[in-house]
Design a protein around this ligand. Structure first.
Ligand code: SF4
Length: 195
């Protein structure tokens, strides 16, 4: 038995949720309530269905062609313990991990929650920020709106450092612009690549 996890669904072979062929897990439960969200059925934490991280991992390992797993939403950090259990098994198996979140990475990095931190330490690519309808851009790779960032593992690690200067978190375009300019160590990328 692994951890209990609440899901909205699984796509066993995806080419749109990160690099290569991916196993995408859509988590159930999201506190962000972004206007224009394309997946409102994931919001209710009591919706979806219950599953077990060991069973999901076994299903993932059945396909040797997969590059890795993507945790999407809903909000993966809303179930940080279960997400983390799954993430650590994926990494131990030598596969890569992409995680989507509606939070800012800097906000997550300052949470005093062990599972949140472990998940941030495990991720290869973090795609952060809420969906902002006014910033919708259909030409973006792997993102819905231009405020969302693709952060490599090294950028996430940089934001986890205690010396990384905090700033007032607001889920607005201004906050993104400020974080990008104030923290050059938090490198931003326009296309996904693993390092
Ligand atoms: S974070 Fe994602 S799933 Fe949650 S409300 Fe925003 S767009 Fe929808």
């Amino acid at each position: 038995m692994g951890h209990e996890i609440r899901l909205n669904g699984i796509v066993e072979e995806s080419i749109v949720d990160g690099p290569g062929l991916r196993f995408t897990v859509f988590m159930q439960g999201c506190p962000h309530r972004c206007a224009g969200c394309h997946n409102p059925g994931t919001h209710d934490p009591d919706g979806g269905y219950g599953d077990d991280t060991e069973r999901i991992f076994a299903q993932f390992m059945e396909n040797p062609l997969l590059s890795g797993m993507t945790l999407s939403g809903g909000e993966p950090f809303f179930q940080a313990e279960a997400s983390c259990a799954l993430a650590e098994k994926v990494k131990k198996a030598g596969k890569n991990l992409v995680v989507y979140t509606g939070y800012l990475c800097e906000s997550l990095a300052r949470k005093e929650d062990r599972a949140v931190r472990r998940l941030l330490e495990t991720v290869d690519i973090l795609i952060d920020g809420p969906y902002v309808r006014e910033l919708r851009n259909l030409e973006l790779e792997h993102r819905g709106s231009s405020n969302q960032r693709i952060l490599t593992r090294s950028a996430v690690q940089e934001m986890l450092r205690p010396a990384f200067a905090p700033f007032k978190i607001e889920n607005t375009q201004a906050a993104y612009a400020r974080s990008a300019s104030a923290h050059p160590g938090g490198r931003l990328y326009n296309s996904l690549r693993l390092r």
